[in-house]
Design a binder for this molecule. Structure first.
Ligand code: PLP
Length: 399
């Protein structure tokens, strides 16, 4: 992309990573399934192997379709480099294994994605990495814990499924002060709504499975940011092999082209639905950073350009009401994913924290009787009407 015209995100989402135009060449990035890439000249092959010349050798290391996907995300996040993984969890775990070693100390919060918190509680300790999980909204407690020593600061905002918001600039600064590597899971916000690198993070991670792909038909993960850190993460991934499949990269690339359209619509619809739910009968709490009633609304307004497509809410009557409410929804998949073009609903026990036992969810402060609602791109009037009738169905025998 030419330097003098820096495109806006909607243009970047469409063109980045695929702007090379050659006469007669396909306009679309092809799905290259080939495992290896051949050479006629040994010197040529060696110069690619030494990294002196661009090119691909073996699919576990690099692949042209996968590289186009990485480039698109790199530009969307304004990162120095990007590398990809088979899933979001592979990206998260791979980043830890690449950057940590025995004796290191990680500071994070209790409300990270369920799989991530299992890595913190079950796996990092086995490798001699000390992990401290702070109360998510206790900014001063997190800062104090960072000041006690921190090699890697791991943040997620907004959180899954209670939509808590961390002050990313303030915490990143605290991390940088003690020399920590600052890593942010930006899955919920997407690069359209939030730019953690501009707020001080070294690395940004996405489960591309969610909003980046947007169609719930491909798993993927991506890590981008400071080129030196990304290089270390890539070195680990190319050896351990959790590489993104080219077919998944192809689907993710196609999904990414409409990112700005989808996120714009989902931001608008989610805000409208959250406002409506706040006054709805039978709803006892609504969690959405765009609501003035959200405890960190001011922080969210400062660090986000839109509040995202996911909200959660509690029903009067608890889990019994949730059991009646969810199956009554007409325009929602009851499923574990989020960020898709279809609306998706579920509970923490079946979605974000399916990896945890009930005891672990309780210990993490994750309420069972909560509905997580990922707003799709349907007409919001239909979603509001659907919520209204499902709330009525939930009230029938409960109250
Ligand atoms: C889904 C999710 C992940 C894990 O991603 P996978 O692609 O399912 O491995 C990590 N973080 C957040 C916030 C998520 O929502």
């Amino acid at each position: 992309m030419t330097d003098h015209v820096r495109p806006r995100p909607g243009t970047t989402a469409v063109w980045a990573g695929e702007e090379e135009r050659r006469a007669g060449a396909p306009t679309q990035v092809p799905m290259v399934g080939s495992v290896s890439f051949g050479y006629r000249d040994l010197e040529d092959w060696m110069s690619v192997a030494r990294g002196e010349r661009p090119g691909h050798i073996y699919g576990r290391n690099t692949n042209p379709t996968v590289a186009a996907f990485e480039e698109k995300v790199r530009q969307l996040e304004g990162a120095g480099a990007a590398t990809s993984f088979a899933t979001g969890m592979a990206a998260i775990a791979g980043t830890f294994w690449a950057l940590l070693e025995p004796g290191r100390r990680v500071v994070s919060t209790r409300d990270t994605y369920g799989g991530t918190s299992v890595v913190f509680t079950d796996h990092l300790p086995r490798w001699g990495v000390d992990t401290v999980l702070c109360e998510t909204e206790a900014t001063e407690e997190i800062e104090a814990e960072i000041a006690r020593g921190c090699d890697l600061l791991y943040l997620e905002s907004p959180t899954n499924p209670t939509l808590k918001v961390l002050d990313l600039a303030r915490l990143a600064e605290a991390g940088r002060r003690v020399g920590a590597t600052v890593v942010v899971d930006n899955t919920f916000a997407t690069p359209l709504n939030q730019s953690p690198l501009a707020l001080g993070a070294h690395l940004v991670i996405h489960s591309a499975t969610k909003f980046l792909g947007g169609h719930a038909d491909a798993l993927g993960g991506v890590v981008c940011g400071d080129a030196e850190f990304v290089r270390r993460v890539f070195r680990f991934r190319e050896i351990t092999g959790a590489s993104l499949h080219p077919e998944a990269a192809y689907l993710l690339l196609r999904g990414l082209k409409t990112l700005a359209l989808r996120i714009g619509r989902q931001n608008e619809s989610a805000l409208r639905i959250a406002r409506w739910l706040e006054g709805a009968e039978g709803v006892t709490a609504v969690h959405y950073p765009g609501l003035p009633s959200h405890p960190a609304h001011a922080v969210a307004t400062r660090q986000m350009r839109g509040f995202g497509g996911v909200l959660s809410f509690a029903l009067k009557g608890g889990m019994a009401a949730v059991r009646r409410f969810l199956p009554a929804l007409r325009w929602a998949h009851l499923a574990a994913n989020l960020g898709a073009v279809e609306t998706v609903a579920g509970t923490p026990a079946t979605t974000s924290h399916v990896e945890c036992t009930p005891e672990e969810r309780a210990a993490l402060g994750i309420p069972e009787g909560l509905v997580r609602y990922s707003v799709g791109i349907e007409d919001p009037e239909d979603l509001l009407a659907d919520l209204e009738q499902a709330l009525a169905a939930a009230r029938v025998r409960g109250g």
